[in-house]
Design a protein around this ligand. Structure first.
Ligand code: PRT
Ligand code: ZN
Length: 283
């Protein structure tokens, strides 16, 4: 079968997690910083290492079949690609930032103002949606310094912690759009068996990340109370312990309400709670 090609970022914020995701999918490959392409030894896949900005175009043109790239880059590129899976890393928000002492108070105040950005297409869409007509000043890097240099009244850039805005005397003003890393594919790939296998693996890794494997001990008299706290699990595994009237309960708990659940289990008599990461969940 013909190998598929996946494009991932060569270096930068998405590189490490993209490589890790593919490795967690059981793919065995060398990750030399110098190579532009590598072949996976145990799967019909080749990996291309590219600048993130080039990935949507490569996939749209079919030079790569798949790609991992930020949603912000996909949207800005306006390339025609298919979203296959949201990957939950590289989270950030494209925001409008303004100087701390700016007179801009409401969105309408942006009318007629100059906004510096490396995301002119996304910004243009945002302005149109809000019936605003600001001037877009496209610059390719260090957007944060534009207001200080008198180049613009505001900026539109990626923010994650907000530290960069703050250290440049700016503050967040409005959210333009959220972003995370996305697995994209070229058109017409849907039924490809290599893709189906890869998607199954990616999803099992993502599912596992959202859950923890928990083993706890409980007196039999408290067992029903414990199991009633474990919805969504068909039937937890219950194993007798050497000590009479005690059992061990094995279960899977979602990460999002993890501590709440653990505290309730403790209150219901759970003891010796052991929590383990899960590598994969195959449904
Ligand atoms: O070399 P290449 O072109 O491949 O990489 P790049 O330099 O263009 O991109 P890179 O590696 O910086 O980011 C890749 C992707 O990571 C982006 O397209 C986003 O999808 C995502 N991402 C997540 C971020 C951030 N968080 C982020 N904080 N991309 C950029 N930033 C920058 C932002 O531009 C600003 O300068 O970090 C600064 C703000 O960070 P805070 O934490 O101070 O708010
Ligand atoms: Zn880039």
């Amino acid at each position: 079968m013909k190998n598929l090609k996946i494009a991932i970022q060569k270096s930068g914020r998405l590189n490490e997690k993209s490589v890790q995701l593919l490795k967690n999918c059981g793919l065995d490959f060398e990750n030399y910083k110098s190579s532009l392409i590598t072949t996976v030894n145990n799967f019909n896949l080749e990996i291309l290492f590219l600048r993130d900005d080039d990935i949507p175009g490569y996939v749209a043109q079919g030079i790569a079949d798949l790609g991992i790239v930020g949603e912000n880059v996909i949207d800005e590129s306006q390339e025609n690609v298919t979203y296959l899976e949201r990957l939950g890393f590289g989270r950030c928000t494209l925001k409008i930032g303004i100087p701390k002492d700016s007179s801009i108070i409401s969105l309408q105040d942006l009318d007629g103002k100059a906004i510096a950005t490396s995301y002119p297409n996304i910004l243009q869409e945002f302005l149109a949606e809000n019936n605003l007509s600001a001037e877009i000043r496209q610059i390719s890097g260090s957007v944060e310094i534009a207001p200080g240099l008198g180049l613009s009244d505001a900026i539109c850039d990626i923010v994650s912690t907000g530290g960069t805005l703050k250290s440049n005397g700016l503050k967040p003003f409005a959210d333009v759009r959220r972003s995370e890393a996305i697995l994209i594919g070229r058109e017409g790939l849907a039924e490809n068996p290599i893709l189906c296998e890869l998607l199954q693996r990616v999803r099992s890794v993502l599912r596992a990340k959202e859950t923890k494997y928990v083993v706890l001990n409980v007196e039999k008299s408290n067992l029903s109370q414990i199991t009633s706290l474990l919805p969504g699990v068909k039937s937890p595994t219950v194993v007798p312990l050497a000590e009479e009237n005690w059992v061990a309960v094995h279960t899977v708990i979602p990460e999002d309400d993890f501590w709440d659940k653990i505290n309730k289990l403790k209150a219901a008599g759970a003891q010796g709670i052991v929590v383990m990461p899960i590598e994969k969940i195959i449904l």
